[in-house]
Design a binder for this molecule. Sequence first.
Ligand code: NAD
Length: 284
Amino acid sequence: MVKIINGKEISNSLIEKLKEKVDKLKLESNVCPSLAVIMVGDNPASKIYVNNKKRICEKIGIKSYEFVLPANAPESELLKLICGLNKREDINGILVQLPLPPHINEKKIIENIAPLKDVDAFNETNVGKIMTGNFKFLPCTPAGIVYLLKESNIKIEGQHCVIIGRSNIVGKPLAMLMLHNNATVTICHSKTQGLREICKTADILIAAVGKPKFISSDMIKPGAVVVDVGINRDINGYVCGDVDFEKVKDVASYITPVPGGVGPMTIAMLMKNTITAALLQKNI
Ligand code: NAD
């Protein structure tokens, strides 16, 4: 019988632990972690994400600051804002909500965030540290996935983990993390040949493709653990993942649902990184 990994529940319990940590930090060290979220333009999806981050910050006791620039703001204005926030002692974490308007160079923006305030762990200093295992922050979604697996007592060591997707924010850092946890890792992507056969060899299959119900039950080894990172809309407009949940759940041993699986973990990990940033900056 398949076990459904309840990301919402695991995330809520982590948020509770983080709240206790922040309460203690305020009481014992007079430190209140803080997060600055920058948005350029008024993309409705970005607005929802930013509001969610604000809400969870409040729940934990993290101070949140919101900076909104108009969609046509020049790149130099955003750089100036980041430069100012890098210097502010009362700001521990800086997050630039992506995507940015096309006239702004995302890579340049990310590289200008001070590495100790880069709570998304997207800049090259932090990415390099993930390679060597000497990391302070982990990108939120990959870290959330490993947390889900560990909380569910799923063995990672020695298992064959197949990751579909090689993006800088999910696939690549996740592969490194699984490797640090002693999995044998295969990364697949849009040019991979024989995807179905490779997937069928996975003990842990992680889909980060961005295509609704792309992973079918005939791609799953019976008893495999299936993690669905995708957030898509199906033909009826409902949110769905990259995995055909209803069919795959009959073959898998564990599966994450969408919504309510990986998604809630991403935001909890952002909060964890913000607290880590505060501790590092205050030398605690
Ligand atoms: P991306 O578009 O950057 O990468 C998609 C990857 O899928 C690419 O590496 C590509 O090579 C691969 N791919 C595309 N078609 C393929 C095919 N036919 N066969 C094999 N591989 C193929 O996407 P991303 O930013 O990594 O996000 C992936 C999905 O995860 C999206 O649905 C996104 O919304 C979701 N996501 C969710 C969270 C979360 O918190 N749950 C966080 C980040 C991304």
